[in-house]
Ligand binder design. Structure first.
Ligand SMILES: [Zn+2]
Length: 253
């Protein structure tokens, strides 16, 4: 079971790496519900999370998530002790804290630009993040951490990109910089047009020369006795200048 779980996680992580540019250290944004579940199941988040995700991680939370645990009282004191050890990321609710679920979703925006993994047991957060493409979900079930499979929204997004319906801003930039490096003009048609013109201009002079040679053989049919030397002179003249054809018959007469 353990090996199968690890294999699935590896597959899912590479999905996010390849399609959504996730890089180490992975940013794990968590709330009190996840810490509470970890505590109950005796899971050491700091030790087990990097092993499961097979890489460096950065555990973090928000001020709103911490405040929420404070207000919930003694029952969640242990979870609060765990959560407050992690980095606190700035959220837009510093003056008036909001529920943790609302805060975590606001940290994702529409495209999860900071590449957060969300670690939660809160169903409101889970349902909300599945509407945003490229948000990996971590939760605890049966004493173990589980990385959820990519949501349908993520799969649809990737398919749309592959079909060329969507191009991510990062991809657009890399395409532009590649084109500049290679010196490729924006419009391909312009290049092809220039090449065709060059090809047309070259063969024309050659075909003109051949026509001149074909016209020559008619005069030699007239046989002249006076000497071979004269014949040779005619050939030389014909090859070089066209106008000599008129003078050649005059010599034979
Ligand atoms: Zn907040």
């Amino acid at each position: 079971m353990k090996i199968k779980r690890q294999k699935q996680a590896k597959k899912t992580i590479s999905f996010y790496k390849f399609n959504f540019n996730f890089r180490q250290p992975f940013q794990i944004l968590m709330d009190g519900t996840f810490c509470q579940a970890a505590l109950k199941n005796k899971i050491q988040i700091k030790e087990q999370m990097p092993k499961y995700l097979m890489g460096e991680i950065q555990l973090c939370t928000t001020n709103c998530a911490l405040k929420e645990l404070e207000t919930l009282g003694k029952q969640l004191y242990g979870a609060k002790l765990i959560l407050q050890r992690f980095q606190v990321r700035k959220c837009p609710h510093l003056k008036s804290p909001v529920p943790a679920s609302e805060c975590l979703l606001s940290m994702l925006g529409e495209t999860n630009p900071h590449h957060y993994f969300i670690a939660t047991q809160d169903r409101a957060v889970t349902a909300g993040l599945k509407k945003i493409p490229g948000v990996p979900l971590l939760y605890i079930i049966l004493n173990t951490i589980v990385l959820d499979k990519p949501s349908q929204e993520s799969l649809d997004h990737v398919q749309a990109v592959q079909l060329g319906e969507l191009v991510s801003p990062a991809q657009q930039q890399s395409i532009r910089s590649l084109k500049e490096e290679q010196g490729i003009p924006l419009k391909d048609g312009e290049r092809r047009g220039k090449k065709r013109k060059r090809k047309q201009s070259n063969p024309n002079p050659l075909s003109c020369l051949k026509k001149k040679k074909k016209g020559v053989p008619t005069p030699p049919l007239k046989k002249t006795e006076p000497g071979e030397k004269k014949k040779r002179s005619r050939h030389k003249k014909r090859k070089t200048v066209e106008g000599d054809n008129t003078t050649a018959p005059a010599v034979s007469l």
